[in-house]
Design a binder for this molecule. Sequence first.
Ligand code: HDD
Length: 755
Amino acid sequence: SKNPLKAVAEKAAEAVFGREGPEDGVPGKPASASPPVAEPTTPHEPLPPKPDQTGPATVSPTGRPTGAGQADVAQGGAYLTNAQGTRLHDTDHSLKAGPRGPVLLQDHHLREKITHFDHERIPERVVHARGAAAHGVFRGYGTAARICKAAFLGEDVKTPVFVRFSTVLGSRGSADTVRDTRGFATKFYTSEGVFDLVGNNIPVFFIQDAIKFPDVIHAGKPHPDREIPQAQSAHDTFWDFVTLHSEATHHTLWNMSDRGIPRSYRMMEGFGVHTFRLVDAEGGTTLVKFHWKPRLGVHSQVWEEAQITGGVDPDFHRRDLADAIEAGAFPQWELGVQTFPDNPEQTFEGIDLLDPTKIVPEELAPVQPVGLLTLNANPSNYFAETEQVAFHTGHLVPGIDVTNDPLLQGRMFSYLDTQLTRLGGPNFAQLPVNRTHAPVNDMLRDGMHQTAVHRGVAPYRPNSLDGGCPFLAGADDGAYVEVPAEVAAGRKVREAPASFDDHFTQPRLFWLSMTPVEREHIVAAYTFELGKCYEQAVKERALKVLARIDTELCEQVATGLGLPAPAAEEPLADPAPSPALSQVGRTWPLDGRIVGIVADADADLAGVRSLRRSLLERGLVPLVIAPAGGKLGTGDDAVTVQRTFATARSVEFDAVVLAGTPAAGADALGARDAKAGDAHASSVSDPRLLLLVSEAFRHGKAIGAWNGGEQVLPAAGCPLTAPGVVTGDSAAQVLDEVTTLLGAHRVWERFPTTL
Ligand code: HDD
């Protein structure tokens, strides 16, 4: 459809630039015959959507289409107005008593503009302040119908969703790739009302009772005196807390594992953490734990990579999510449930299901898929949607109920409370992103930011004045009826059950489930974090905790800290490992993985072109890296440079391929002249290129090189015979091996390094 603003914009452009339009940014200069050079730094080649990635078109809760195709304009009309709709003739000059005179108090436009700006920020979330989100659709498989009557889990029922990922500790402007837990919060706009699954990428939590939440967050946040360190757990107060509260041991171990530094939001598992109670159509109940399984597998950065990324691209995860969606490589997760009988003890195989510091290994209770989540549209406005979205564990639909997990019970209070401050009053459910898609007929009235114009005179019931409405529904009419679960009679106590006391068996289970390379990473993480603490007592206490997880873990960290390793205070448990907890040893789809192709004007450009084509065909994203921007080669076949030695850093690439020179006799660009030879020599010894290759090597990334490209490798400290280094005579020869290596995510054999 025709954009009504286009004509206005064209007229304005014509007035400024003349009829021919701008050239080289010089107003009035007539355009020459040659078209402007295309932007050389296009971040990603759009990937063609896969047949299974074309979810139904999503509209935002405002009813507007989201993502591609949406008019890219901020205003809704041709003329600038004030907030009252009155047209303005000037917005750049304050009203003054003469050009050099004082500004007049009567300038309402100035006051309205500045006042609104002054109040543009709202309080950031006290936790999970830094986030990125996307719209999508959830399709139920119908497999849960046996145990849950929720309509959105029905076969082929499609429900719009909004998902917000986040870090926990950092401020809104902090880096994405810090070592931290990640939030994974999903809002399902179901036909029966909103259901929020407010989970994390780690299946256990630091504490067992919500009453400790302010304490653990105070300990994790920056120190109150100097407000440092930002978005880090590597400081004394954090380690003070988690070593004094041994229930935090399990979650802390997950944080110190590779799970604490995800490669991408698209490559994280999600967990509801608590045990929930599902209700079937007959009122029967089942206890479940929710799991999100990413189609691309669980991948992580290595620690040095995460640290570098935090500096060179603090928006790494946010950008990755938005780019992938924009390119049509829609991220997907399967929702699954582990099911347990709703027995009076609320335990399964001896594991207390109400203890949020415990998992149930998948080998004991397999995750059964119940639906598919596809994120297919980026938000249109960060503030309106990602910032103002308000999740709540109490947003439940018929068929899903909570359990007595004391952490979950406290959350049922906290989320509503926090939104009152954050979103300025009780009417945040009326904000477009929070609005349910089910009809609302409540008796809530007035309050700050009330946008509804309620009619009638009787917002109470029963009433005889508004026709008696509203009426109450029963379970048969889709009402939410709490499960009349037994409440154990007893005394009022501030106590936890004895089964909450075992804080070490499951951390040991996790440790024993890790492969050697994952254990090395855990040792390095503890050594780094405790090495950043100043208090000797904290480090010593932390080693005592580690001794209760595993002797080797404790000894290795103690060696790194230069402290004696204490013996375990109690005998170590002997749990069966859960291989499902490891990230290593499987292969995964390659969609959206990024391959850097290093080339210069002297390189085998035909090979570069064919490599790019083949990578795109396989759903990967090739990015050409060259000494400088612009094009490599000339004519129609010239290769666009997407990253230069100045803008490229290894952390962006999952694999790096080095182009060599054209094969003898196949040099389409003609014989090399001496000048080109010099340029080539200086580009292959450029320290930035050597750094890129040496980092890719140390971070376990696949490295390929063809026809002479490998001459960079030894200088970068990368032996040609090292695992995961592929050389060949042509691009095609290295392609297959590099992509096979990528399927396993990293060349794990390259570790141990010092990472
Ligand atoms: Fe929480 C936000 C996840 C325990 C209190 N929490 C928040 C978010 C996520 C979680 C993903 C961000 C939501 C968004 O993107 O807007 N929280 C969890 C998980 C927990 C958990 C998985 C344990 C299993 N939380 C927890 C406790 C309390 C809170 C025990 C308080 C007693 N959480 C909050 C909060 C936040 C929040 C203060 C901050 C902003 C918000 O709610 O909307 O209410």
